[in-house]
Each structure stands twice: as C-alpha cells, then as structure tokens.
Design a protein around this ligand. Structure first.
Ligand code: AGP
Length: 615
C-alpha cells in the first residue's frame, strides 16, 4: 500500500527521505514523490515520479533539481487506489497557493462531495486522487485564520474514511503535522530531528525512540521534538513503541530473497510463537489475555475473521475449536462479514487474524463485531498494530518481520497459536481431558522439528515444482483439515507464479469442477494419513481416470499412496489437527519453484502489496 515518511531538523533531508522511502518499497508502490521547503527562496519544492519500479531512485536523478537549504520534508510511495498511477496523481499534493503540501495513505470515502464543494468555492484540483482534497481543506482553514494545528484538525474533521497523513507548511518551514485514523503511523526522535513513517522498517535504521499515534490524534513535529494532542485538543504524553526487531532481522541473511529466508525461518517462528504457551505440565498458558478463563468458559460461539492466508489459518482454527472446545466455530472472510447483518452477542468471541494487524477489511470487521457486542481478540504479528489496540485482547505470533508479500512463516505461526488457543478454550471449558490436552500439546510443540525435517526435502519439493512450471491449469484438493491447506497452496501458486489455480474440497469435484479435468491438467492433493485418507484416494482415482496428473502431499514412507499418484511431496506425519502446519510447507516451495522458473519476483509479486490498507 502507500507509504509515507517525513522529517524535520536533519542536515541531510533529501537523502534521509529517499532512504526511508526505499525501506518501504516492499509494501508495493507505483509512484513516489518528495516535497521540501526551500527556505532560501521561500517556496515549496516538489518532485514526483511514476517511473515503474524505479520512482524512488528517479527522485535522486539529475533531472530532479533540489534546493540546497531545505528544512522539513515529506515523501510518499503510492499504490494507486483512486486515479491511475501517473505523475500528476503521485503525492505529495499541494493547495492552490502552493503553501501546503500533504502526503496521505488510506481512502477518503467522501472525497467527491468535498471536491465538489471546494471547486465551487474556487479551488482548482490538479489530480484524480481522493487525497488532494486534504491540501485544499487545510488551505481553506488557514485562510479562515485558524492555526496550523487547528487547520489540520478542521480538515480531518470533514474526512470520512481512513487516513495517515502528513502536512508541510511554507510559512512554518520547520514544522510537520501528522494525523491518522485507522491507517498506520508512527513517529520517531533523535537529538536534533523528528521523524514520521507509516512503517517501523523506515525508521529503525535511524532511531529506536519510536512512538505510536492513536486515531484522531495530531502530532506536531519540530527539530528533535514532538507534541501530541488528542481529539479534544489536550496535550498527551507520547506512548513509546516497544520494538524488538533490528533492521538486520529484516534483511535477507544470505538468502536469494525474503521469501526463501522466511520459509526457512519457519521452525524458529513456530518455536518462538509457542514459547511459554504450555507450562511444565503441558497445560495451556494464555495469561496475557485480558479475557480471563472464566469469561472464556462462558463463550458459546467463536467466529474467526481474516483475509487471504490469514483466512486459511482461521479455517484450521475453526476446525480445531469445534474439535476441542465443542462450541460452534466458523471462519469468515472479513470483507464479507463486515456487510452481513451478523447476529452476535456478548457470549460470541470474535478472533481477528492478521499478520500486519492493519488490513483494513479485517479492521472494519473488528469494529463491526464490537458494534454488535461481541468480545474481540486480535491475533497479529505486529506489536501495537491498530487491531491490537482496538480489540479487547491481543495475542501475538512471534514470527519476526515478514517482508515477502506472500505470507509463509506468519501463516504457520498463526495456525500454531490459533490451535494452541483452541486447546486452551477446550481446557477452560472442561471439554478436553488431561490426556488429550497433553497429546495435543506434545504434537503442537513438535511441529517446529517436523517443519525443519520437511525443509530437509526442500530440494525435492523444488524439483517437483520445476517439473510442472509450465502448467497453467492446476487444482488443489483436500478434505477437512486438508482443505485449508489446499486453499493456501492454490493462493501461493496464484500470487507468486500467476498461475490459475483453484482449490476445492475434494468431495466437491464431482458436483461440477470435474468437467475441467482432462489430460494435461495437474491436480495437487493433500493425501496425508488423516481419517479421510481413503475418501481422498477415491477422489484421486476419479482425477486420474480422466487423465489428470496427480501430485500428492503424502507422509514419508507411504509407498501405497505413492504408487497411486504421479509425483509426491513427502512430509513427516503428525496429529491430524497439526497437519496444516507441516503439510503446507511443500506447497510453499512448489509455488516458489514455479514462480522462480517463470522469472517472477517472489518478494514483490505484481499487483500485490504486503499490507492491504484499502478496501
Ligand atoms: C498471503 O500470501 C497474502 N499476502 C495475503 O492474502 C494476506 O494474507 C492478506 O492480505 C491478509 O493480510 P494480513 O494477515 O496482514 O491481514
């Protein structure tokens, strides 16, 4: 999505802005821009670029003439939502008098009515974006005599939608003002400089003195200082942001790309996520959860809400919750849940699952669930992400920064934590006997080693992927715990290799999709030894009888299944509810191999962004 950075008080403003923007590239962008105050000539200088994939570098090229004496500056990487990815739509945007420049991340839902009113009042718009109205609203408020802070306050009061924005003022050249609602924004300090960014990765190389901003708070940045005021214009004490990551943790550490690094980090991500989750007698420990065991025991329904890979983890969680807690549990796509008239009450527990903790569909679903009176837990990988601040309780995967757009280590960590939570729910509800709890805990705690063992076959998985890298028509099949694995395998192949891949419950093929099966079609089936293995193998026969080439995820040494398929991806066996953690690993590498063989950028697939902060 869009990324914003800003700083004031530096003696190397332009280089620091460009370096900070470069740290946000992984979020995906199609244009970039910088605006600074040229103190010598008393004007705002702005340069923008829509050079595909090189806009940030373009901002440092000779054709961009920058003034020598600059103070504050703002910068932006844009992922187009309203208006094509063109130069004129790139941020920063300025007002009519070029006395205000703004950068924005989010969507202004009422931008058309605001723009209509502003044009009627004589303002001239120079872009197709929703964001530009912000600059003109601030211009209008300043012209009415309001101060800079109150002009920004007046402007954001008229906005409907999500925003993280920063403003530069010609007539107060050392001041930056920033504000947020839903979209992420943090501020940082060094002795002489104040910084802001939409992502920790942009500021970590510069400072670890970081602060989180809450919705509708305004922060004023001057060299080396920040002043935060709340919606009631009261000054508040900045809240330090706890950051345990260092920048190198986000580097590639010798791997070809972030994705392969993060695939091989999965055992560690699982170990750190499960660390301390079960006490010495293997009983679950969720002490940090602000919803205590008594309240949890009264819960009569659980709804998991998420998007993408997190939704697939949520599907596994729902199955485990019904298995262990013996209460109704379901997983829903957040963007759909938000608009259905859900029937919830205070005995409904909603768990939002999100790697970033910022996905706007899931955030709005969280708010909708709270509006209906449900208790909400946010399970995310990012401390202090907006969902964890708005939920009633927070649980964290400890997978470390996940830079690759395609989720891998966070996906596995989510499943592990969610299934530990399902065991916890079953335990506090008295539905899980001590023996079953111990068995479940032992198998969950063994998953890091099992994933490590599966990764020992990485080259074989990659070979199978390379063997099928030219196939354009792939189906993924699974039953019960195998279906979310099939969904995740199909998503990985779509988002990385741009291959049309569909996942179906294996039993569903005969209700229509089997008409697509013919020689040349590849079917990937999850055929590890669950209680439904025989049913799955019957579906394999149906596929092969119609000429499909079948690739099967099977347990190590399962020669019987291997003899019935064309290629195998062998993994260690485990307890059925833990299999989504282990069985998805070969499918990640299968997709990685196909994408690499096709020459795709596995870290930044086309059209995708790591954090989807627009609807
Ligand atoms: C998965 O590989 C994708 N990157 C995408 O589907 C992602 O899982 C989805 O956008 C949800 O993101 P979140 O976990 O940060 O909410």
């Amino acid at each position: 999505m869009c990324g914003i950075v800003g700083l004031t008080g530096s003696n190397d403003t332009l280089n620091q802005l460009r370096t900070a923007l470069a740290a946000l590239e992984y979020r995906g962008y199609d244009s970039a821009g910088i605006a600074v105050v040229d103190r010598a000539k008393g004007r705002i200088i702005r340069h923008r670029s829509a050079l595909r994939g090189a806009a940030i570098a373009d901002l440092g090229s000779e054709r961009m003439i920058w003034p020598g004496d600059v103070s504050a500056g703002i910068a932006h990487t844009r992922w187009a939502t309203h208006g094509a990815p063109t130069h004129d739509n790139a941020h920063p945007h300025v007002d009519c008098r070029r006395e205000v420049a703004i950068v924005h991340n989010g969507i202004i839902e009422n931008h058309r009515e605001l723009s209509t009113r502003l044009v009627a009042a004589g303002h001239v718009m120079s872009s197709e974006t929703d964001s530009e109205v912000i600059a003109h609203l601030i211009e209008e408020a300043l012209a009415s005599g309001l101060s800079t802070r109150h002009s920004v306050r007046a402007a954001i009061a008229q906005l409907r939608g999500d925003f993280a924005l920063s403003v530069l003022f010609l007539h107060d050249p050392e001041l930056l003002i920033a504000a947020r609602r839903t979209s992420p924004l943090i501020v940082g300090l060094t002795e002489h400089t104040a910084y802001l960014a939409s992502d920790i990765a942009a500021l970590l190389p510069i400072t670890r003195e970081l602060y989180a901003l809450e919705d509708d708070e305004i922060v004023e940045l001057r060299p080396g200082t920040i002043l935060i005021t709340d919606a009631g214009d009261q000054v508040i004490t900045p809240r330090p942001l706890e950051v345990t990551w260092d920048v190198t943790a986000a580097q590639k550490d010798g791997y070809a790309d972030f994705m392969s690094k993060e695939i091989f980090e999965q055992p560690r991500a699982l170990r750190e996520t499960l660390l301390g989750r079960f006490d010495g007698s293997l009983r679950p420990d969720f002490e940090e959860l602000s919803i205590d065991a008594t309240a949890l025991a009264l819960v009569n329904r659980v709804i998991y809400l998420a998007c993408g890979s997190s939704y697939h983890a949520a599907l596994s969680a729902a199955l485990a919750t019904e298995q262990f807690a013996r209460i109704p549990a379901s997983a829903e796509v957040a963007s759909e849940f938000r608009y259905r008239e859900a029937v919830l009450d205070q005995l409904t527990l909603v768990v939002v699952v999100s790697q970033s903790g910022e996905t706007v569909d899931t955030l709005h679903a969280l708010r909708e669930a709270k509006r209906h009176g449900a208790r909400v837990i946010a399970l995310t990988n990012v401390v202090d992400s907006v969902m964890t601040r708005e939920a009633d309780g927070a649980l964290y995967t400890h997978a470390g920064p996940e830079i690759g757009v395609a989720s891998t280590k966070c996906h596995l960590a989510q499943i592990a934590l969610l299934e530990a939570f399902a065991l916890h729910l079953g335990w506090v509800r008295g539905e899980v006997e001590e023996e079953l709890l111990r068995e479940g805990a032992i198998h969950l705690l063994a998953t890091p080693d099992l994933v490590e063992r599966a990764l020992g076959s990485a080259e074989r998985f990659l070979d199978v992927g390379r063997r099928f890298h030219e196939v354009d028509d792939v189906y993924f099949l699974g039953r019960r715990v195998g279906y979310p694995i099939a969904l995740e395998g199909a998503l990985k192949l779509k988002e990385l290799a741009y291959v049309r891949a569909e996942a179906y419950p294996a039993g569903e093929m005969k209700h229509g999709p089997i008409s697509l099966i013919e020689p040349g079609v590849v079917v990937v089936v999850v055929a590890t030894r669950t209680s439904l293995w025989e049913k799955v193998m019957a579906n394999v026969e149906e596929m092969r009888a119609r000429g499909a080439t079948v690739v099967a995820v099977i347990e190590e040494g399962d020669h019987e299944t291997a003899a019935l398929v064309d290629a195998t991806l062998e993994v260690p066996g485990t307890m059925e509810f833990c299999s989504p953690i282990v069985d998805v690993v070969p499918l990640q590498l299968f997709a990685y191999a196909v994408a690499s063989a096709r020459g795709n950028d596995v870290d930044r697939p086309r059209n995708l962004a790591k954090v989807v902060t627009v609807e």
